[in-house]
Design a protein around this ligand. Sequence first.
Ligand SMILES: Cc1cc2nc3c(=O)[nH]c(=O)nc-3n(C[C@H](O)[C@H](O)[C@H](O)COP(=O)(O)O)c2cc1C
Length: 319
Amino acid sequence: MKMNIWKELTRPFLVLAPMEGVTDVVFREVICAAGRPDLLFTEFTNVSSYASEKGRANALERLEVREGEQPIIAQIWGKNPGHFAECAGALEKLGFAGVDINFGCPDKNVNKAGGGAAMIKTPELAVECLKNAMGSTRLPVSVKTRLGWSDVAEFREWLPVLLREKPSALTIHLRTKKEMSKVPAHYELIPEIIRMRDKISPDTKLVINGDIRNKAHAMELYRANTGVDGLMIGRGVFANPYCFTDYAPTKEDLMKLLNLHLDLYEKQRKKVAKYPYEPLKHFYKIYINNFSGASELRAKLMETHSVEEARAVLAEVAV
Ligand SMILES: Cc1cc2nc3c(=O)[nH]c(=O)nc-3n(C[C@H](O)[C@H](O)[C@H](O)COP(=O)(O)O)c2cc1C
């Protein structure tokens, strides 16, 4: 019997959220260097890309796992049940500890394609996709979703649909798709969701997500809701890449981490056909923040067009 990673984790465990364009193999290594979460997630990969001849190479690039990253979960999305089976079936060999299905993404294009949060409106199809994934891999299969599409109360129908399939874990971003990230996460619903899980599928691990800033905040939420198993942090890494620890980084720590990020970016650029520089600039504000001259330095870095130029700017100010 294949080990189920969700059962191996000690509660409460901390999870790095899947974030498209952010949590790729490079940034995951940066976060692990700062302070490793108990579990990592990839960005999401489209199952139909994986299943197509044209999209396979790109899907495999997104599904790169490095040694030292385990345990890591591959997140997938789509709406074609056959493609869920095909993609989920390939993930064990690629080095993943589990498969997670995204039924929560609010992106317009993803929803137009019938995937992500749009699945909340097609629960029968969602269940078929979930069953297909479960039936085609020995890996544990989990789901990440939102409370509903437009109304918070939808969770009372939607979450039982998922729990009846007995996924290994259920991560809930405590907002509806309509709420995007514009209102505070509905922490007040956690006790009811715990009771629901306990009643319908007590073996499913419950992971809570939304606005959790750091480890201390996660522990505070856990102490108030000890039926929760895990806590997932996404945007908290932008405010503090050390957020999975209790450590308060110094300016020197952050500059060292930035240099590591630049090194890893350069290595990846040599390896991968398309690895543009521009998106890297979004990360600079993580490291260059909260010190005198930080905003001027950031402005200079935003004008750069390559890592070489960025390094020259950094050398000039000798931070
Ligand atoms: C830039 C960005 C990309 C995201 N990409 C994904 C994704 O690929 N899959 C997913 O399930 N959620 C994705 N999310 C949602 C996060 O995983 C998380 O649910 C959300 O940010 C709320 O958690 P937080 O308040 O800790 O950030 C993304 C969020 C952001 C900000």
